[in-house]
Structures are given as C-alpha cells and as structure tokens.
Design a protein around this ligand. Structure first.
Ligand code: NG1
Length: 414
C-alpha cells in the first residue's frame, strides 16, 4: 500500500535524501453531471480514497526531474523550455511548469510519484497528477498555494496538454470532503457540499478499455466541446440573447424556451458555418486547445445539446434525491444519465454498457459511465450490503478491476 512513508522511501531510493514536501492528490468519481462542466453547467463529484502521492525537493539547476512508479521514462524538463514533450504524462509536468513560470524562476526540483489511483480514464489520474505536481512544486519553491488556486492553475495546465477540460476534476481533487459530494457550479463559480446519506456505497469498475486523454479521446472530447458551443451560439441567436466571449450552453440553459428550441438545432454543423450564420467570429467556438480543430469539420450539435441540457436537470434532481435520502430515485437518475451519454452524447462503449448493466442487475440502485467515457471506468451506487455482489458482477462482466470507493478529503500535505 502506498503511504507518505513509502513515497519518502521511494524518493530517497531514487534521488537520495529526504523530500521537503509530500502531497496527496486524490482521484475523483463524478456521480452525475457528465460533459456539462465545459458548458458552464453543474457537476456532482466526490474525491475518493485512492490517490497519487508526489514527493518533491527543490534543486538549484532549473531542471525538473521526475520519476513515476507507474509510468515509464524519467522526465527531465528544463524550466526555460518546458514545451514539446512526447511522453503523455510529461505533458502534464510541462503544463504545470508553464503555470508556475513566475515562481522561483531558475530553481529546479526532483519529484517522485507513486500512488494507488489507477490510470485509464474516469478516475482523474491526469488531474490528480497535475494538481498534485503544481501544489508540490509551489510548496517546494517556498510559495505554497491554496488548494483552489492549485486547481485553477491545473485546469489551464491541462488545457495546454490539449484537452479543453471544464475544471470539474481539478476542483473536486482540491476541495473534496469526506462523506460529501461537491456540487460545483461555474457560472458564477461556486462549490456547495452535499452530505451523502446513510446506506449509500459506491463501486467503480474498469471497462477493460483505456481512454487516454493524450490520444484519440482528446479529439472526441474536443468535438463535444465544439458541438455544444455551436449549440449555444445558435440557441442564443434563436432566443435573441447576446452572449459575450465563449458561447456556453450554461448561458442559455436557464431560459425556459431553450429546452423547447433545442429541437430546432441542426443535427450537424461545422464551426465555420455556425459562426457565419450568426455573424460571430469562429475563434469564439474554436479556441485554445481546440484551436487545432478544423473549422470546416461538421460535428453533431442537436444531440450533444440535448444530452447537456437534460443532464443539468438530472444534477439538480440528484442533489434533491440525496438530501431526501431517496436512493432509488438517485439510482434511476444515474441510469438515465448513462442512457443519455450513450444515445445523445455518444461517448459510451459496449464494454461500459455491459459493466453498468451487470452492476445494476446485481443490486445497485443505478450505474453509469463516469468521466469523459470512450472507455475507462463506470460507477455504481448501491446499498453497503451489496458492495461485494456488485464488485463480483463487474469483474465477471469485464475482468475488472472493480472496487469500493468512499468520499474522501481533497488535496493535502502528508
Ligand atoms: P475525465 O475523463 O475523468 O478526465 C473529463 C474532463 C472533465 C469533464 C469530463 C466529462 C479532463 C481533465 N476532465 O474527465 O472536466 O468534462 O471529462 O464530464 O479533461
């Protein structure tokens, strides 16, 4: 088992001496509110009892050296030129260095990274790494950050790594609280803790397929970001609403007519055509990480918007169900979320469908894919007495791993 002691020993074995800082950055499981954060609409995740640990010590030579127990290839990145990493996990280190450029310039650091948080998609191992590294480096360089600030910098750092991430994962990791889910809002930013009722346990199960953000999944994810921005632009135009900056469905979701007008959206549209249609600058749709996106590429619009607007309503209903201890309703909402992700957002896979169905059948209140989808993990909500049966059903369906997770505290110094 990985602990603060084992990570200190690992650091000593690799670099010699003691780390000056050890950070624990937990993973997260999103209970409901999928593909909504980048639309400015709420999410309901928990931080979990699996984490990535980062041991750090400052050096004087301006080089970041990092070894991971889980990933190959030691990183050696000059602070003066942190870009262009070919190894996917090095991209997150490079993004972290970019965000910390103004902190103790010229200094370097040695990092040893280990943990029990599986990579593979859905449990936020990339964000745990990024939030943890930013927090560890800032502390090692004498400028410790508030967790919420580490989350903010990590969100931008991950966008530099190529996915136009919405910011849920980094905040859940930074601000998680044992026994609670977090309702995270973005327009305007706010976090509210939602106590989890008695009689509710969570199991996560691997689908058997990796969904790496550094590869093909990045493009599929960004396509959904672009499709929902086109939807926001078109809906605002139909409703006669002026949107500033990035068009987000969250800016129109509160308008009653929006959920009616959504059926009028085109099935598919290219960003360039959408911008022309409403006389907007196409840069508002394609920006930042998605700037590599081909503005002439047609993307689904209506069904992505239908998923997002219905999912935002399910987040509200799920919070009410948790407050009332109505776990049947909570489970039904998870199932409906999965169906919408499969049918409208189109980000499920046969393996995710299979493992979610197996967990439901074995006594879960409900089950759904968690995270971006395309592989990775599913989550089930179940009575504590059913945890074993749900784990066994999941392993039988896809080969596992599957295990219970509990809502835990966020980022901490160990
Ligand atoms: P995962 O697949 O867990 O990395 C991603 C995004 C989230 C959110 C979900 C979909 C990153 C780092 N995270 O989560 O912000 O948009 O997909 O709800 O890109």
């Amino acid at each position: 088992m990985v602990s603060a002691e084992s990570i200190r020993a690992g650091f000593g074995g690799r670099f010699g001496g003691e780390p000056s800082v050890v950070v624990r950055a937990p993973g997260r499981v999103n209970l409901i509110g999928e593909h909504t954060d980048y639309c400015g609409l709420p999410v309901l995740p928990i931080a979990i009892d699996r984490a990535t640990f980062i041991a750090a010590a400052p050096t004087a030579d301006g080089i970041l050296r990092a070894t991971s127990a889980a990933f190959p290839a030691q990183a050696e990145i000059a602070r003066s030129a942190p870009r262009h990493q070919s190894e996917p996990w090095h991209q997150y280190l490079s993004g972290a260095l970019h965000e910390l450029a103004a902190v103790a310039p010229g200094r370097g650091a040695n990092l040893f990274i280990d943990g029990d948080l599986p990579a593979g998609g859905g449990l936020s191992s990339s964000s745990a790494l990024t939030v943890g590294v930013i927090s560890a480096l800032a502390a090692a360089w004498g400028s410790p950050l508030e967790p919420v600030e580490a989350a903010r910098l990590a969100t931008t750092a991950e966008r530099h790594a190529g996915a136009e991430t919405g910011g849920m994962d980094q905040q859940a990791i930074a601000l998680g609280r044992a026994g609670n889910a977090l309702r995270i809002e973005f327009l305007p930013p706010a976090v509210r803790y939602v106590p989890l009722p008695e009689g509710l346990a969570f199991v996560v199960a691997y689908s058997g397929q990796d969904a790496p953000k550094g590869g093909s999944v990045r493009d599929a994810y960004n396509e959904r970001v672009v499709g929902t921005r086109i939807a926001a632009l078109m809906l605002a135009d139909m409703l006669g609403v002026e949107l500033e900056g990035t068009p987000l469905l969250g800016n129109v979701a509160g308008i009653d007519a929006a959920s009616v007008m959504v059926v009028e959206l085109p099935d598919q549209m290219a960003p360039r055509n959408a911008a022309n249609a409403v006389e907007a600058n196409v840069e508002r749709v394609i920006q930042f990480a998605t700037s590599h996106f081909d503005s002439a590429r047609k993307v689904p619009v209506k069904r992505y918007a239908q998923h997002v607007l219905s999912e935002a309503e399910r987040v509200d209903a799920a919070e009410v169900a948790l407050a009332a201890g109505d776990l049947k309703t909570f489970g039904r909402l998870l199932n409906e979320s999965h169906d919408s992700l499969r049918n409208d957002c189109r980000c499920s896979t046969p393996a995710l469908d299979k493992v979610a169905a197996a967990m439901r059948k074995s006594g879960a209140f409900g089950a759904r894919l968690t995270g971006a989808g395309f592989g990775g993990y599913a989550v089930a909500a179940c009575p504590p007495a059913k945890v074993q049966a749900v784990v066994e059903a999941a392993v039988a369906a896809t080969g596992g791993p599957a295990f219970e997770v509990t809502a835990s505290d966020g980022l901490s110094f160990a």
